[in-house]
Design a binder for this molecule. Structure first.
Ligand SMILES: NC(=O)c1ccc[n+]([C@@H]2O[C@H](COP(=O)([O-])OP(=O)(O)OC[C@H]3O[C@@H](n4cnc5c(N)ncnc54)[C@H](OP(=O)(O)O)[C@@H]3O)[C@@H](O)[C@H]2O)c1
Length: 328
């Protein structure tokens, strides 16, 4: 099979097209002929070596859509030829064939096409998990979402709205993203620079109940004091690659604050049933018409380097998927 891979950590230029042996599904696994592969910021981090140094030839890609091409021993409830969406905890999505455990494979339901399904398996459970599980959103609560126009951000705002959130505030790192984020359903979109005083002004000094933060560093540090009593800060990324917030518990209990986190890889290892429950919850919201799951761009596989350049620069908006084989 053909794939995009890298064997050196570095910039987008390390990504190259390679020919690899076709993978085979082991017990409990599903082989997928990939149609579309979602593009995630984590794949730029993987390429750069943020998750550890490269070990041989590695194929990035955390989520795909396609059709089932083979079933390992013991897999029930799926059939060869069936359209599916999948999460790949061990990467491997930028390829014509991908293998993952059956518990991370979902039949594509009516209302979701293969294009959108390609960007679902990582982003959708993450967006639901940060809002509902880690954020423990209650009806009427105010939410602050950083990287508001990104893949996760553009879905998290809709899920929060669907689950009954009150005021939804987003921040974006570039002025040209404000208008785009405003279309997603935020009540207020702020440029990242100077967001903290602006959030306090917008909430009449009360602050927010939930902060969803994939940026980290100074953004995390400035967000924590914005929590209203019993508010929750959910850390789920460190795109800024700055030193992370560290603090004694004293500053949490003295101000009725909670700091927590979300990590889909840990969930996949320790509680895969929750990945599935969260993914199905999003499918339920889509079926009810409460969430629109849309892909902003479909990009040919040969343009993967250009997409990664934009990821590195923080210049993407919405969800991007790579077209691997549209008719798979
Ligand atoms: N913990 C988990 O399990 C999990 C799962 C999925 C995703 N994530 C994290 O969630 C975040 C969103 O993921 P995504 O794939 O949907 O990406 P995305 O939001 O579409 O793109 C990443 C965004 O991060 C922001 N950013 C802030 N500082 C940046 C910097 N120095 N360089 C580049 N971008 C920067 C940019 O938005 P602004 O211009 O608005 O700042 C950029 O658009 C990422 O941080 C990702 O690692 C975590």
């Amino acid at each position: 099979m053909e794939a995009i891979a890298f064997d050196t950590n570095g910039g987008p230029q390390v990504l190259r097209r390679v020919a690899l042996a076709d993978p085979a599904p082991g017990p409990g696994e599903v082989l997928i002929r990939v149609a579309y592969a979602g593009v995630n910021y984590a794949e730029a981090e993987h390429r750069r070596g943020v998750f550890g140094p490269v070990n041989g030839l590695e194929v990035p890609g955390l989520e795909v859509s396609g059709v089932v091409a083979g079933l390992g021993a013991g897999v029930d409830g799926l059939a060869v030829g069936q359209p599916v969406a999948a999460y790949l905890p061990d990467f491997g999505g930028y390829a014509e064939l991908a293998v993952t455990r059956a518990e991370f494979v979902l039949p594509v339901p009516d209302g979701l096409d293969l294009v959108a399904a390609g960007g679902f398996g990582c982003v959708a459970p993450t967006a639901y998990g940060i809002v509902a599980a880690a954020g423990r959103l209650a009806a009427g609560e105010t939410v602050l979402i950083h990287a508001a126009a990104g893949g996760v951000g553009s879905l998290a705002v809709q899920i929060a709205r669907a689950l009954g959130a009150g005021t939804l505030i987003g921040t974006v790192g570039r002025a040209d993203k404000v208008a785009r984020a405003e279309q997603l359903g935020y009540d207020l979109v702020l440029p990242r620079t100077g967001f903290a005083p602006a959030v306090l002004t917008a909430t009449a000094g009360r602050g927010v109940d939930v902060v969803l933060d994939p940026v980290g560093g100074s953004v995390r540090a400035e967000s924590l004091p914005l929590l209203a009593p019993f508010g929750r800060l959910v850390a789920f990324g460190d795109a800024a690659a700055e030193a992370d917030l560290s603090l004694p518990l004293l500053s949490l209990w003295k101000h009725n604050r909670t700091a927590g986190g979300y990590n889909i890889g840990d969930l996949a290892r320790r509680a895969p049933g929750l990945w599935r429950a969260h993914a199905l919850a999003v499918l339920g919201l889509i079926a009810e018409g409460k969430v629109r799951f849309e892909v902003a761009e479909v990009v040919p596989l040969d343009e993967v380097r250009a997409v990664h350049e934009r990821l590195d620069a923080g210049a993407t908006v919405g969800k991007i998927v790579l077209r691997i084989a549209a008719g798979a």
